[in-house]
Design a binder for this molecule. Sequence first.
Ligand code: SF4
Ligand code: SF4
Length: 312
Amino acid sequence: MNDEKGLIFDIQGFSVHDGPGSRTTVFLSGCPLQCRWCANPEGWKVKQRLMYSRQKCRADQEGCRRCIDACSRKAIGKCDEGIAIDRALCESCEDFRCAQSCFQEALRLSGRWYHPEELMKILARDRNYWTGGGVTFSGGEPLMQKTFILEVLKRCRAAGIHTAVETTAFVEPAFFLEAMSYIDFAFIDIKHMDETMHRAETGVSNQLILSNIKALAQSQWRGRFILRIPVIKGYNDSKDNIQKAIDFMEETRLQEINLLPFHRMGDSKWSQLGERYDYRDAEVPSDEELQEMQKLFSQRGLSCYIAEDVNY
Ligand code: SF4
Ligand code: SF4
């Protein structure tokens, strides 16, 4: 048994769109990709980060300065709109006294460390409310904190818990297949079929991803997986890219794909991290555009699901 803790940035107790049935979704920190449209930027690093919500802050109205006084590095100062944080000074902070001292939850940490046993207790409690579901590990990249996730997956298997994963598949190949052997269901993303385009918006090549998908499809794995394209207008929604995805599916004998339209719900998280969101004003694909894409897959006999409308 391995006791290494894992950093988790959210646990959602009643998810109905992250796999079959109703489930608990666990969001693990750390991702090897850095997709510029990401809705969960607080999950990029295996590291707690400081998040600041200006709306909740009482520096202006009530003259609060608890965090300013609490920080021994003097990383916080007053400004016209509340407080200003010197993020460079926070990079190596370990005590996060500012967040501890804030009673308004205007300052909070992006995640919390969990022992495998602690997470299993939460799943055991939630299990009473699942209907035909289980646990879904999402992120970030849920397979990045290897020791922790493998331990939790083994415990789930031993407890008879149905496991799902939402993965980038940008994972070391041997570990990918090992982890998948404890997983029953998966959504696997392909952001772009062209390597240069993939690298441009995610920071990494798509070669490892595509070869892991192929290897899984050709393996003896007994689970079910559905490919997923996060549809980003003007980036991966061209006919050419869809055609390449279809060719790839035919080559690897895959039958199912999910088109997940881009949304801007991550916007506030970027500002809470003190970072600029390049996709802040990006357009969301329309229903008609998604249906046009769906048609291309359907015409080739492939099952294509739009957004949450997945046939489980
Ligand atoms: S302690 Fe919280 S409410 Fe007070 S100034 Fe700091 S962030 Fe704002
Ligand atoms: S994270 Fe640490 S260094 Fe940064 S403001 Fe808070 S206490 Fe100070």
